[in-house]
Design a protein around this ligand. Structure first.
Ligand SMILES: NC(=O)c1ccc[n+]([C@@H]2O[C@H](COP(=O)([O-])OP(=O)(O)OC[C@H]3O[C@@H](n4cnc5c(N)ncnc54)[C@H](OP(=O)(O)O)[C@@H]3O)[C@@H](O)[C@H]2O)c1
Length: 127
């Protein structure tokens, strides 16, 4: 967490790239990560303004602010084994289940482990 301006983004697809653009416009640095590794993100990084880099999921999760931007069915795998120690986590995933189940499973993730703070944009998960 040495660069306080760094935003780690787990998921480098449509939403991850949109979040990267927004954070870069705000003067942040971003590190994007996907499941296939940083070597597969050359074209994505090249398409973004200066300040974007590719990293592993573990490195991205070490940023002070971490965005989760993976398909919801992949979310558990994406955060498996990560260490949380005071990061602000923005979970932007949309839960792809009927609403009662979405609420239940969303709570399961939001309360799993020890994420310091979980902020939600979709209303289904509350920290
Ligand atoms: N809150 C909102 O306003 C809003 C708006 C749009 C979308 N969303 C949500 O955002 C999420 C992503 O949507 P999208 O359209 O950006 O999807 P997308 O274009 O398919 O991109 C998904 C990204 O997640 C990565 N990923 C998948 N499994 C992973 C894992 N285990 N570890 C690390 N990275 C992994 C993929 O990398 P690989 O290809 O290497 O697997 C890919 O970079 C969805 O949950 C969607 O519902 C929310």
């Amino acid at each position: 967490m040495s660069d306080g301006r760094l935003v780690g983004i787990i998921g480098a697809g449509r939403l991850g790239q949109a979040m990267a653009s927004t954070a870069l416009r705000a003067g942040r640095h971003v590190m994007l990560a996907n499941s296939r590794g940083p070597d597969t993100l050359d074209s994505v990084i090249a398409s973004l303004p200066d300040g974007a880099s590719a990293g592993t999921v573990e490195h991205a999760a070490g940023a002070r602010v971490v965005v989760l931007a993976v398909p919801w069915p992949r979310l558990r795998d994406a955060v498996q084994g990560l260490t949380w120690s005071g990061q602000i986590v923005l979970d932007a995933t949309n839960v792809a289940l009927p609403r009662p189940l979405a609420f239940f499973f969303g709570r399961q993730f939001a309360t799993a482990g020890d994420p310091a703070r979980v902020q939600t944009w979709n209303g289904a998960q509350t920290g």
